[in-house]
Ligand binder design. Structure first.
Ligand code: ATP
Length: 243
């Protein structure tokens, strides 16, 4: 089966600074792949470059076809959706309106309703808060809304930037359960996450970025047991890697 995403020799420069130094990675269909690494390693830049929010060099293929000169909105139309860090929901719009904005590519009302029901099945809290303004939601609920809004466009490939950031453990659990459900339904996911333990528990494979380069990659379970990952990202205690 062709990969959902294949990135080859991707480079991102900010002025004279090279933030991403020629990385290659892939996400198979239905696979959860994690991109982990310290602050400033280049994770967000990689995601933004993949959907052409920022300029980059290198090759990007979605579902076996080169992205070519497509702009961000055309990439969305291919079924690729980015849930950015910080969620970026519309604070002065209701939960329902936010979700409807996510379905702008789908004009059919019955279809939109169907997608919304799928979002409510994933995140029942959103159904209870339909009329509430986005800005009045808790951080965790905003993250649910951001993922829910992305799901409304019926993506085939979801790029998630730090979905656990700043959230209480219980909500992180709910969100990651939903991420697993989404992937089990066949969606492909590239997950950027600073919570290395959680990322390696959720993903099948992972890439470790260090100052813009892939330092390590492979099976997520094997990386969890790797002493280099243990000492740099998991507090160096192998016994804790199984929690
Ligand atoms: P974090 O988890 O802190 O967001 P990250 O791994 O996502 O980190 P990036 O945000 O991609 O890393 O940043 C990679 C490098 O590029 C950092 O050194 C950062 O300071 C730099 N950088 C990011 N955005 C810009 C920008 N708009 N202009 C200049 N430099 C930038």
């Amino acid at each position: 089966m062709t990969d959902a995403l294949r990135v080859t020799d991707l480079k991102v420069n900010y002025g004279g600074i090279q933030a991403v130094k020629g990385i290659s990675l892939s996400v198979g269909q239905g696979e959860i792949v994690a991109l982990i690494g310290a602050n400033g390693a280049g994770k967000t830049s990689t995601l933004k470059a993949i959907v052409r929010l920022i300029a980059s060099q290198g090759q990007i293929d979605f579902f076996g076809a080169p992205v070519g000169n497509r702009a961000t909105h055309q990439i969305a139309a291919l079924g690729v959706s980015l849930v950015p860090e910080g969620r970026a929901i519309f604070g002065n719009m209701s939960v329902r309106e936010n979700l409807e904005m996510g379905a702008f590519l789908h004009r059919d009302a019955a279809e939109r309703k169907h997608h919304m029901e799928r979002v409510f099945a994933l995140f029942p809290r959103l159904a209870e808060r339909l009329k509430q303004d986005g800005s009045t939601l808790s951080g965790g609920e905003q993250q649910m809304l951001a993922i829910g809004r992305a799901m409304m466009s019926q993506p085939k490939l979801l790029l998630l930037d730090e979905p656990s950031l700043g959230l209480a453990p219980k909500l992180v659990g709910e969100i990651f359960a939903a991420i697993r459900t989404i992937a089990a339904d066949g969606l492909s996911i590239l997950l950027v996450e600073q919570n290395t333990r959680l990322a390696l528990k959720t993903a099948g494979r992972a890439y470790v970025l260090v100052t813009g380069e892939v330092a390590l990659s492979g099976d997520a379970g094997a990386l969890r047991d790797d002493p280099r990952v243990q000492s740099a990202y998991l507090g160096g205690d192998p016994a804790r890697s199984n929690d």
